[in-house]
Design a protein around this ligand. Structure first.
Ligand code: PDD
Length: 290
């Protein structure tokens, strides 16, 4: 975890630095990705690079690299940090112009590109018999209307997550006009009478890569799943609630707003999906297709 990639070079993390004029630092003018790596193999890279490109387009910033170059950079980064279970954090900002100004720089400014690794511990799906028992609270979704962009401007998400933590919970499930959008740093699924539901994509939530995998796996394994709005009442009456993200995969929520969800344990549908997810990861790695 000691080597980072910064603007074309691999450098020790303690000597990596950026200008105080960087628009990421001053204005949160940038986007990011978080990409899981299992035993040195980068998971779903193509999909993460596609979303990176979408986020860059949405903020009118040219992609500094083509996909092959990104792949080379990230593969080198992973090998320099040991082939372990990692999360790659990748960030692109609008660079460091001469002055701070709200409007985009009129002169040519090179974007700042950072990629670094942090270790990830085995996610809930690896602990089928003993998953972490996570709690959530519902909070008003106070964020903006472009939550589909993976922006580094995360202050609303941080405030919401912190409020959840201070209430003794692990995640905040966000409600906009009576409907679930997503978690503060995750997507949300519920299960009711054998049917999995997740809110459809919109500008009010991030198209999670893990969310996509769960939808795909439900399709290929004939597990009933619908992308449909989930209102607060449906959330409260759910048999199971899960939250998904690249670093934690599929996490069962066993308590919502201080009340048990279903049986108050990880549910049978979670166990089924988690098993399918583990098998899927193993099949990708053994075929070398990831
Ligand atoms: N966040 N929604 C939000 C707001 C998120 O921050 C995340 C993940 C997700 C799930 O997306 P994915 O399955 O592609 O990880 C949904 C990452 C992990 C983070 O900010 O660290």
């Amino acid at each position: 975890m000691d080597t980072v990639y910064l603007n074309g070079s691999f450098v020790p993390k303690h000597s990596a630095s950026v200008s105080i004029f960087d628009r990421g630092f001053l204005l949160a003018d940038g986007i990011y990705e978080v990409i899981p790596v299992y035993s040195g193999q980068i998971f779903r890279l193509a999909q993460h690079l596609q979303r990176l490109n979408q986020s860059l387009q949405a903020i009118h910033l040219d992609n500094p690299n083509d996909d092959a170059t990104w792949k080379q950079i990230l593969t080198d980064l992973v090998s320099k940090n040991g082939h372990k279970n990692l999360a790659i954090y990748l960030q692109v900002t609008r660079g460091a112009p001469a002055i701070r100004d709200h409007q985009f720089p009129t002169e040519t400014v090179v974007p700042t590109v950072l990629a670094m690794c942090t270790p990830i511990s085995p996610p809930a799906v690896e602990n089928l018999d003993n998953p972490p028992l996570c709690r959530a609270i519902t909070l008003d979704d106070i964020r903006w209307s472009r939550c589909d962009i993976k922006s580094i401007s995360l202050l609303p998400n941080l405030l919401l997550r912190q409020q959840a933590v201070e209430a003794g919970a692990n995640e905040a499930i966000l409600i906009r006009e009576g409907e679930v959008t997503e978690g503060a740093a995750s997507n949300v699924f519920i299960v009711k009478e054998g049917l999995i539901l997740t809110p459809p994509l919109s500008n009010f939530l991030l198209g999670g890569i893990t969310r996509d995998i769960v939808i795909e796996l439900a399709n290929t394994h004939n597990i009933p799943l619908k992308q449909s709005t989930v209102n607060i009442q449906a959330l409260r009456e759910a048999d199971e609630i899960w939250v998904t993200s690249s670093t934690k995969e599929i996490v069962p929520i066993v308590n919502l707003d201080d009340k048990p969800v279903g049986s108050g344990q990880a549910g049978p549908m979670w166990r089924r999906m988690a098993r399918v997810f583990v098998e899927y990861k193993q099949s990708l790695f053994s075929s070398g297709e990831n």
